[in-house]
Design a binder for this molecule. Structure first.
Ligand code: C2O
Ligand code: CU
Ligand code: CU
Length: 501
């Protein structure tokens, strides 16, 4: 299979052109294929509901013989997949073996503020934090990662992230593919920047403004991975663990797949799609059918979420698609194992029934505008940067105020239902709220899109989006955060905090 990139690379190798016009987002060379790494699975029931995570430094050879200093949980880069069961209470002892502070946030888990792992639950070097997590939510693919204020972007970039699963009986009854690492695969997608095969941290104003991007796509820390899969249906748990990169996922042959779960868990019924947008912090589970035995790649469209690109998207759509349209980037190759195809896989027609929250019960509306602080960039104190301490330094804000850990921005009543309206300036921003699952009520004054459905905890906003939020978890001892999940935006002020009690 010849992708555009292999053709370009081939031309370079053959010396056909001294200068190859290569779009800026493409890697300098396609790395050698490697077997997809599948993280260890830690099942809380098998561990007697008591788990340990060690936050540590290490070195990782992303490419053979080229070691990079990295961070990880129980390993050198990323962490194990942790499986929790609905109804259980699980203690996770997190030991910080770094020489700097960190936190571990359980993104998507519905638990009280003081065990959420946000910036208020600091774990100092050499100490152990022991939250007990009461799992009272349906099966879902969640995410855990550092939430160290000012350092989240760097720590996650360096490797402090992992996948967290919740499982329950409703899910088991559906008979979805469930052999971990075989037909049930966690796929933590990240873009990272490499120089001479070594991981580097992009610096500079552009990185802080738009979020760090990288020239290499990794899945579970593997560049150019190959996954051997059985000739049958597989459940792919897609997690966008990039700092800033939005993926536009599709298969290389544009085959259809079924989207079965959003951030909050299973949808009511599978949705047939051919492409799916996944922003940082978002997760989606899909069923992909490999029974035809053909090799196929997961690919992504180009990275267009930058202010100057947004202009091209809207005003010069056809020009942009001429320029970028044909050049999807390769992420991961699936090679079905030889052998007989399984019987035609049955996709359940219905997945779960879920109780709907009635928008008429909303008692309050709050608005959040995610500000990009161009004023800060010019060194000025524009009106956007008016409030809050140290705001002259901050580059980004929400409702004109840069994050201040000493300030509570909003107070909600536990049990209330509210409408939160979020919009973003200059580019699309993944808006995330801790401690809740919400539904998208409307987008840009109209109906939500197909992709907006289901229970969410992170959603892409630019145009105003109305979210129906129910606050079920207390945040009195420590607040919950809401923020943009472009981690450089979050670290640089695009975050606020609320109490619920
Ligand atoms: Cu995934 Cu507040 O974060
Ligand atoms: Cu979160
Ligand atoms: Cu943002």
């Amino acid at each position: 299979m010849l992708s555009r990139r292999t053709i370009l690379t081939g031309a370079t190798l053959a010396g056909a052109g001294a200068v190859v016009a290569r779009p800026l987002w493409q890697a300098t060379a396609a790395p050698e294929p490697q077997l997809l790494k599948v993280p260890d699975l830690i099942d809380a029931r098998k561990e007697g509901q008591s788990l340990t995570l060690k936050v540590q430094t290490g070195t990782t050879a992303f490419f053979p013989d080229q070691e990079s200093p990295t961070l990880g949980y129980n390993g050198s880069y990323l962490g194990p997949v942790i499986r929790l069961h609905r109804g259980d209470d699980v203690e996770i002892a997190v030991t910080n073996a770094l020489t700097e502070d960190t936190t571990v946030h359980w993104h998507g888990l519905l638990i009280p503020g003081e065990v959420d792992g946000g910036p208020h639950q600091l774990i100092q070097p050499g100490t152990t934090w022991r939250p007990v997590l009461s799992v009272r939510q349906p099966s879902a693919t969640l995410f855990y990662h550092s939430h160290m204020h000012d350092r989240t972007a760097e720590q996650v970039y360096s490797g402090l992230a992992g996948v967290l699963l919740v499982t329950d009986d409703d899910e088991k009854a559906l008979g979805l593919p469930s052999e971990y690492g075989v037909d049930d695969l966690p796929l933590l997608l990240q873009d990272r920047q490499f120089e001479d095969g070594r991981l580097v941290l992009p610096q500079g104003m552009m990185s802080l403004m738009m979020g760090r991007r990288g020239d290499t796509l990794l899945v579970n820390g593997t560049p150019n991975p190959v996954a051997h899969v059985p000739r049958r249906l597989a459940r792919l748990r897609l997690v966008n663990g990039s700092n800033a990169r939005i993926f536009n996922l599709a298969f290389s042959d544009d085959r259809a797949f079924h989207w079965i779960a959003s951030e909050g868990g299973l949808l009511e019924r599978p949705v047939e799609l051919r492409s799916l947008t996944l922003a940082p912090g978002e997760r989606a589970e899909i069923l992909a059918d490999f029974s035809d035995g053909r090799t196929v790649a997961l690919e992504t469209g180009p990275d267009l979420n930058m202010p100057m690109m947004m202009g091209m998207q809207t005003r010069l759509r056809s020009f942009a698609s001429d320029l970028f349209g044909g050049s999807r980037e390769h992420i991961l190759r699936f090679e079905p194992r030889p052998g007989a195809a399984a019987a035609k896989a049955a996709i359940p027609e219905r997945l779960v029934t879920r109780e709907r929250v009635d928008a008429a019960q909303a008692v309050r509306r709050r608005r959040f505008v995610l500000n990009m602080g161009m004023g800060g960039m010019m060194g000025g104190r524009g009106s956007m940067m008016g409030g809050g301490q140290g705001s002259g330094m901050a580059m980004h804000a929400i409702n004109g105020r840069a994050f201040d850990i000493a300030r509570i921005d909003e107070q909600v009543r536990l049990g209330d239902i509210e409408i939160w309206e979020a919009s973003g300036e200059m580019m699309a921003h993944p808006f995330h709220i801790h401690g809740v699952h919400f539904e998208v009520l409307s987008r840009d004054g109209g109906k939500p899109t197909v992709r907006d459905q289901g229970l969410r905890d992170t959603v892409l906003v630019k145009e105003p989006v109305e979210l129906l939020v129910r606050f079920t978890q207390p945040a009195t001892k420590a607040p919950f955060m809401y923020h943009c999940h472009i981690l450089e935006h979050e670290d640089n002020g695009m975050m606020g905090q609320f109490t619920a009690g």
